[in-house]
Design a binder for this molecule. Sequence first.
Ligand code: NAD
Ligand code: UDP
Ligand code: UDP
Length: 356
Amino acid sequence: SGSYSSGYNKPVVGKGGRVPVGIGRRRKRVVVTGGAGFVGSHLVDKLIGRGDEVIVIDNFFTGRKDNLVHLFSNPMFELIRHDVVEPILLEVDQIYHLACPASPVHYKYNPVKTIISFALVYDIFLVFHTNVMGTLNMLGLAKRVGARFLLTSTSEVYGDPLQHPQKETYWGNVNPIGERSCYDEGKRTAETLAMDYHRGAGVEVRIARIFNTYGPRMCLDDGRVVSNFVAQAIRKQPMTVYGDGQQTRSFQYVSDLVDGLVALMEGEHIGPFNLGNPGEFTMLELSEVVKETIDPTATIEFKPNTADDPHMRKPDISKAKDLLNWEPKISLREGLPLMVGDFRKRILNEDEGKGA
Ligand code: NAD
Ligand code: UDP
Ligand code: UDP
């Protein structure tokens, strides 16, 4: 039933959409920025699946058309190539704001030093600029049309946390001048902007703090640990464990995250909410699970760790359990096999592309 205080009863704007669906539920028009990316494309599948009209805004910085190609002939789906740093006019009910360049980890181990420094400067500008200007534009859009706005923030707002597990009330331990700060501080600023638009302009906002998530369609080479280990095991390369491998992360399967994002958007609570799986693993344990899942002969090699790498991370999800009635269902051992087929296929295509 209609749970919206705004957006819902506005005059019908824009042609097309707005067809009544069943009794008491009007078809919603939803924007997903970053919808060609890993999480975004799974979210779009779910929204389309339940009958929403979905507009994706993406500049394909890290996303791929391949992630959405199965929807191209669907009349409820629309893809706009656009950089959220530039303003845009649309008439919509809900905005899921995911657009954000991946964190710059993938540049850090480039052995050519000059390229490292160039890439980091480039990325700091891009990450911070996208988080600030992109979020501001989407909030401006939400304000103008009375849409509900959901920000995908991150567990990185907690920095290298001194509280374990992390609760939403924790303000975090971010090094403002560190190598990863452009991402962490960019997201912290985005949260601030969302709350300012809520308090100052009455925009209905929702804030999700997403913990490490994995699944099919993850970028192959953005340097995240799950995609690295899985791709390395498939390619018969050693899995690269950074530092002593005793640092921990808690890994969430993408469908659990998508369910959480929709529950948050549809619910009555602003957040922030931690969305993650509390199952906590050291990187050495993760490499063991990947080995069991993909190749019992897989090996590891140790590499130096990055500066300011958080020593441990695990969400306290009691708030989301209580208020959103949400919790993840898929454990790491159940979820990992679900991404292997997709990775094998893409790695094979890549090799063929290279004429291998
Ligand atoms: P992704 O890189 O696969 O997706 C991001 C998408 O945003 C890509 O399609 C990219 O092309 C697009 N994009 C980037 N800059 C843009 C711009 N200026 N204009 C338009 N589109 C732009 O990453 P993902 O893992 O799917 O992450 C989605 C969101 O969730 C991000 O905001 C990310 O910070 C957040 N998040 C993800 C994780 C995770 O573990 N995957 C954890 C915490 C937070
Ligand atoms: N904006 C947008 N689409 C809209 C409305 C606003 O892209 O439909 C952008 C607008 O260009 C501005 C930002 O969102 O850069 C913030 O808009 P707001 O109206 O809050 O601020 P103002 O334009 O008054 O500075
Ligand atoms: N990591 C690793 N090997 C890799 C990539 C990452 O051991 O090939 C480690 C990294 O040092 C960090 C953890 O895995 O401690 C998670 O890294 P990721 O970049 O996936 O996520 P984040 O640091 O953003 O949580």
